[in-house]
Design a binder for this molecule. Structure first.
Ligand code: FUC
Length: 812
């Protein structure tokens, strides 16, 4: 393709825009994502043939199904015996037969095809520019052919439930193209008609023995000013139009995970009918309003330098050596943009790829891997003030608590509910992918904590009451399934594993009993069920049982290399650089390891982080940003951000960032985007330690000045504004939504803006209902040389707040 480039330095340097002076070409990871939670699209911005790749949130392979392995129940005793005898490999082989599903290994999130617009004679152009404006959620491409400048805008409207494309030109009668549809799906019928529509109708594919039962219907409607319209068999041609608006409506027959009785035709037609009468300007206006309701809640300013005047692909290449704080801001807000675009109330949760996949057989099925990846997707939700967008995940967990009750009963003879390490649209709970990865029983336990977190941020007791059965069910499964370890005598889960990692000492098998991460998850599941029961004033006897069992769980262990042990046996390898560091779940996202409350565990966790190293895949780097923030080490957290904001292919561990700012595992996985957005928040504000900690991990590069608005903290607080200068808080405005003691931790002394001195905090923060449960004392190997951390001084105050009141603090 021939083209010449005109650099557009006139473009705004500070706006929140991903902009480029080159089209995407054939590379999907160059294209720009838009989405409204139901529909997703990747906009290539190619000139002579534009491509918009489409997705719909419920378009998955297969149909309602279960994939439990009923053989498990009779073999659990045998597997346990082997594990306790140190015959882990044999246990794994048996688990492959009796625990791993013989049916579906999970269904796939599927593409909805591609709309192409072929513009004759547009292969020679100048003034090329494309952008994704994440302040308005709209993609734009413009270029000049001859003396006509063409502009295309594309958005996925939130209120109007359609994707809309608007084509304009600087001269009338200039827009001519042929539109056609292509798809990797084998069972699709495409038609063009005289009613100015291009339609596609399909059925999803069968996969791993599960029949494809989803039907879908897409209608692409063309509205023109001037010009002519011709429908060919499977394409439409528009000639000499002044202005063209294209409305894309897609729907499926999916009602819920066990009901596919919807009417895809009626749905697609009704969404379209409502949108079609509205001109683009009207669609745009209500779209931007709906989007900004979420997006504008948080504003981050880390400063801007000249580096921001370059296109994103160049900025990525330069980031590790350039001073480009605005790229961090952009990446941060891009994470929020992606969550708003891929996870809306009433829709499906963001998959491994959010809502963007163009492959019939995507990596890991683009489904839900719930031993880290899906949880990570939702780490930014509460703290970056997008709590409503947690809803699709919360709904999925509620559904899993229904389907997973049968799994708990049939496979493990336990009450309550459970899930293994994957699930999909059909809410499968069976174990998949081989016992090494799949014989992990904590998907439900971990996910259930998201419901509790949603409560911690709002204090909404009605919500807590509504999800209490899910929390209780998660606890019940463990209460029934724990057994006494014959050697260590603690209550342990068996079989168990530390996700996807295996110590050499166990014959290269991951299968084990009572691993650290599991003990931490069960500690949380029990603690939250106990607290919820107390708050709701119910189930006292059950809470007592849980307390009793909780006291018999294995505590954390500090091993021979002064590390936090991953397993009950001290078998960690200090040269193991595995991407999963699951036993640091206790440091983040949980709060069982704290510099102030558990200094020894904190030091051990730090040693583990150092031993595992920085080099890793995308999501693992994202997790490490959060961990180093919890380590109060802003410079190390920033180093991980630098590693992550590196062009894909240039990092040793495989992780990095694509030109469209998608995170690379590699391949593309969206979890790393969300993980890093959460991590940047944790660098600026944490609420994990019974306090709200302002500027806990500010790196040197951001010290001089900055601000962030709108963060939310546990305990019902909103950090309306936080400003700093030279590493000191100069202003903090905090709203209390439910009242109670606000314990504030800051790097330098502050006072109330009215001059009033603050009360120094003392003792336990009794008023704060999110105070972490006391972590049991660790067991420490006598070979270890653990020391307490050398912590920077901080100032801690207690402020008694009232619901609805705003408190302003300034430097003293
Ligand atoms: C887990 C990880 C992999 C990958 C996959 C989707 O299995 O170990 O790295 O992210 O999920």
């Amino acid at each position: 393709m021939l083209f010449s480039i005109a650099f557009c330095y006139s473009q705004p340097a500070t706006g929140l825009k991903l902009w480029y002076n080159k089209p995407s070409g054939a590379t999907w990871e160059n294209a720009l994502p838009i989405g409204n939670g139901r529909l997703g699209a990747m906009v290539y911005g190619n000139v002579d043939t534009e491509t918009v790749q489409l997705n719909e949130h419920t378009l998955w392979s297969g149909g309602p199904n279960r994939n439990d392995n009923p053989l498990a129940l009779d073999s659990i005793e045998e597997i346990r015996k082997l594990i306790f005898n140190g015959e882990q490999k044999k246990a794994e082989l048996l688990a492959n037969k009796v625990i791993i599903s013989k049916k579906s290994q999970g269904q796939m999130f599927e593409p909805a095809g591609e709309l192409h617009l072929a513009f004759n004679g547009h292969d020679n152009y100048t003034n090329y520019y494309r952008e994704l404006d994440i302040e308005r959620a709209i993609a734009k491409t413009s270029y000049t052919v001859g003396n006509v400048t063409y502009t295309r805008e594309v958005l996925a409207s939130f209120p109007d439930r359609v994707i809309v494309m608007h084509l304009t030109a600087s001269k009338i009668k200039s827009i001519s193209f042929t539109a056609y549809y292509s798809t990797p799906q084998p069972k699709v019928e495409v038609k063009a008609n005289a009613a100015r529509q291009l339609t596609f109708t399909g059925t999803t594919i069968d996969h791993e023995g599960v029949k494809g039962m989803l039907r879908y219907r897409g209608i692409v409607q063309f509205k023109t000013q001037g010009g002519t319209y011709t429908a060919n068999d499977t394409s439409v041609t528009i000639k000499d139009a002044d202005d063209v608006t294209i409305y894309i409506s897609i729907a499926t027959n999916f009602n819920n995970y066990h009901d596919v009785g919807g009417d895809e035709n009626a749905r697609a037609a009704s969404y379209l009918a409502k949108a079609i009468s509205k001109p683009f300007t009207e669609i745009l206006k209500s779209h931007v309003t709906a989007y900004q309701k979420y997006f504008n809640r948080v504003k981050l300013d880390l400063g801007t330098t000249d580096a921001a005047k370059r296109p994103i692909d160049e900025r990525l290449k330069n980031f590790s050596t350039a001073n480009d704080p605005q790229l961090v801001t952009l990446y941060y807000q891009f994470g929020r943009y992606l969550l708003i675009s891929s996870s809306q109330p009433g829709g499906q949760p963001a998959t491994l790829q959010g809502i963007w996949n163009n492959k019939l057989y995507p990596p890991w099925d683009s489904k839900y891997t719930i031993n880290i990846n899906t949880e990570m997707n939702y780490w930014p939700a509460e703290k970056t003030n997008l709590a409503e967008l947690h809803e699709p995940l919360i709904q999925m967990v509620k559904e899993l608590s229904v389907t997973g009750a049968q799994t708990a009963h049939d496979m493990y003879g336990a009450r309550g509910w459970m899930a293994h390490h994957n699930t999909d649209l059909w809410r499968i709970n069976g174990a998949v992918d081989g016992a090494f990865w799949g014989s992990w029983q904590n998907g439900g336990g971990w996910l259930s904590q998201h419901l509790w977190e949603h409560y911690l941020y709002s204090g909404d007791k009605k919500f807590l009451a509504s999800i209490y059965p899910v929390l209780k069910g998660a606890a019940l499964f463990y209460a029934d399934f724990l057994i006494k370890h014959p050697k260590y005598h603690w209550l342990v889960l068996c079989p168990d594993m530390s996700p996807e990692n295996a110590p050499k000492a166990h014959d290269g098998s991951s299968i084990d009993a009572g691993v650290t991460m599991t003990n931490q998850i069960i500690f949380d599941v029990f603690s939250t069920a106990i607290k919820a029961a107390q708050i709701l004033n119910k189930d006292a006897a059950f809470a007592d049982t849980l307390k009793q069992k909780r006291s018999r769980l294995a505590p954390m262990h500090i091993g021979q290399y002064s590390q936090l042990q991953e397993w009950l046996d001290d078998v960690d390898d200090p040269n193991d650089h595995h991407r999963h560091i699951s036993h640091l779940y206790g440091l983040f996202p949980s709060n069982q390891i704290s510099p102030y409350r558990t200094p020894q565990l904190y030091s051990a966790a730090k040693n583990t982080l150092i031993q595992r190293g920085d080099v890793s895949t995308g999501w693992s780097m994202g997790w490490k940003v959060n961990w180093w923030a919890r380590m109060l080490d802003g410079n190390h957290a920033y180093k991980l951000i630098q590693n992550q904001l590196t062009p894909v292919g240039t990092n040793e561990g495989g992780g990095g960032t694509y030109n469209n700012l998608f995170d690379a595992h590699a391949p593309f996985q969206i979890d790393g985007n969300f993980g890093c957005t959460s991590g940047i928040t944790e660098m600026l504000m944490q609420s994990a330690d019974g306090d709200i900690h302002l500027l806990p991990a500010l790196p040197d590069v951001w010290q001089s000045a900055g601000s962030i608005t709108g963060l939310r903290a546990r305990g019902g607080f909103e950090i309306i504004n936080l400003e700093w200068k030279d590493g000191k808080v100069i202003k903090a405005v905090i709203k209390s939504t439910i009242g109670g003691n606000l314990r504030l931790r800051v790097p330098d002394e502050i006072k109330q803006s009215n001059g009033m001195a603050l009360k120094n905090a003392s003792g336990e923060n009794k008023n704060m209902f999110y105070q972490a449960d006391k972590t049991p004392e660790p067991v420490i190997s006598d070979k270890t040389s653990i020391t307490s951390p050398d912590l920077k001084n901080s100032f801690v105050y207690d402020i008694q707040t009232k619901a609805g009141m705003v408190y302003t603090f300034v430097a003293k």
